[in-house]
Structures are given as C-alpha cells and as structure tokens.
Design a binder for this molecule. Structure first.
Ligand code: IPE
Ligand code: IPE
Ligand code: MG
Length: 238
C-alpha cells in the first residue's frame, strides 16, 4: 500500500547528503563502502521524489572543499559518480527527469565529466522534474562567478549598475530557472550549510536528521515531509 502524500508537499527539496564515512566507520568498513551505500540512497530518493510528485531535487554530492580529501577518496568518489551516471540514467528516462549539474564542472575528471554531459544531453527534453547534482560545488564560488559576469556585462555597457536587482543575481547563478528549494534536508546531524546554496536557501525550511545518509530511505523521507507539512512559512509576514 503506497504511503499517502502529505498535504502541501515541497516543490523543490535540496539535500546535504552527509555521514557516509561515519556509516562505514561504525561497521568497521573503509569509507568508500559508505559512499557506495550512499549512492543507493540517491537512487531511492530519486524514486521517492518521483512517486510523491516533487518535481525538483538537488543533491550536494561533492563540494569545492571536498577536493582537499585524500586523493584516493577523491578518485574513488569520481569513479563512483561515473558508474552511478552510467547505471542510473535509465531511471531518469523512466521518470522523465532532466539531469542538471551545478558547480565547477570543468574540474571533474574526463570520465565522470563525459558521462555527465552525455546524460544531461540525453535527458534534456524530459519535463516531469529535474535532478540537479552539485558537483565540485561551492556557493561562494558560484556567487563570485555570478558577480564577475554581472560586472563584465556592466563594463560592456549591457547593464547599468542601478538596474541590478535580486533577479539579476538569481539569473546569473547556476540555478537560474529552478525554483528556490522549499526544504533543505541535512543528514548525520550537522547543523551547518557547508557552503551549500547560500543565496537559494534564504527561505528554505531546514530539516536536520541524525540519520546517516546511507540509512536514509522511505521512512526518513516521510518524516521529513511530515515535518515540512507542519511548518508555518511566514516569509517575514505575520
Ligand atoms: C558525505 O559523507 C559524502 C561527501 C561529502 C562526498 P562524508 O564523506 O562527509 O561522511 P562523514 O561526514 O565523514 O561521515
Ligand atoms: C558537505 O559535507 C558536502 C557534501 C555533502 C557533498 P561535508 O562532510 O564535506 O561537510 P563538513 O565537512 O561536515 O562541513
Ligand atoms: Mg561529512
């Protein structure tokens, strides 16, 4: 029996998928096993969003800061990303989901970068929803790049400084065209944003669960949706 959808579901869920390493450590396994299990949670949450008709899902998969991890872990994560894209493209086709990516994609190794381009191209006409992967993503870097482009347009005389609005900034971010996330989920209990979507999350509802990302499944997803349904979103009003 499928779960009934809670009323007023979010249109866009963003997730800081954290705790893979601790999940593995708790089992006496290498960190890589946690990342492998985490990829399975990604597959599950894509299915759940499709089932509950939540059109936009953004997943923080690799941060600009994560490049500072040991080389072997970074390489393993990149291989896992490539394999994930190869194996899961069919799910995106099945659910008519368009793959999108944000972050410094030019820094990704050729293998995953090529696979990413291929799947984005192959799914670009799907319109039931979007899956956005944040890869080599840092919000400060994204905002800095946007500011640079706006300044360049101003210098070229295409834009006057007094014409710059919040909308100008938003449309120069890599998330241009996506609605802002309504709900941010962070797993593994950490109460921080870790340089994720600082602009876009301005009015998102924050939900932090102690559950480690590889353990995040239907039950946890439902709890997050139920909690979101109980929130009063005031946006500064009364
Ligand atoms: C999240 O899990 C995955 C990435 C950041 C790539 P972690 O690898 O950060 O797991 P913990 O936080 O060390 O447990
Ligand atoms: C945030 O997790 C980045 C991703 C989930 C990709 P981290 O584990 O890198 O963040 P910190 O170190 O806890 O801030
Ligand atoms: Mg972590």
């Amino acid at each position: 029996m499928p779960d009934p959808a809670p009323p007023n579901p979010p249109r866009h869920i963003a997730v800081i998928m954290d705790g893979n390493g601790r999940w593995a450590q708790a089992r006496g396994l290498p960190r890589l096993e946690g990342h492998r299990a985490g990829a399975e949670s990604v597959r599950r949450i894509v299915e759940l969003c499709s089932e509950f008709k939540i059109p936009h899902l953004t997943l923080y998969a690799f941060s600009t800061e994560n490049w500072n991890r040991p080389r072997a872990e970074v390489e393993a994560l990149m291989l896992l990303l490539e394999r994930f894209l190869k194996e899961r493209a069919k799910d995106l086709h099945k659910h008519k989901i368009r793959l999108h990516a944000i972050g410094q994609l030019e820094r990704l190794p050729a293998g995953p970068a090529g696979e990413l381009r291929r799947v984005m191209e192959a799914t670009r006409l799907h319109a039931a929803g979007t899956l956005t992967l944040a890869l080599s993503y840092g919000s400060r870097d994204e905002i800095t790049a946007a500011v640079r482009r706006i300044a360049e347009e101003a210098v070229r005389g295409e834009l006057r400084p007094e014409e710059i609005t919040e909308d100008t900034v938003a449309t120069h971010l890599q998330t241009a065209g996506l609605p802002e996330p309504d709900l941010l989920i962070r797993t593994s209990g950490e109460m921080r944003l870790s340089n994720f979507m600082l602009w876009q999350l301005s009015y998102a509802e924050l939900y932090v669960t102690p559950c480690l990302w590889p353990d995040f499944g239907r039950e946890e997803f439902m709890l997050a949706l139920e909690e979101y349904g109980r929130r009063k979103r005031r946006f500064g009003g009364v």
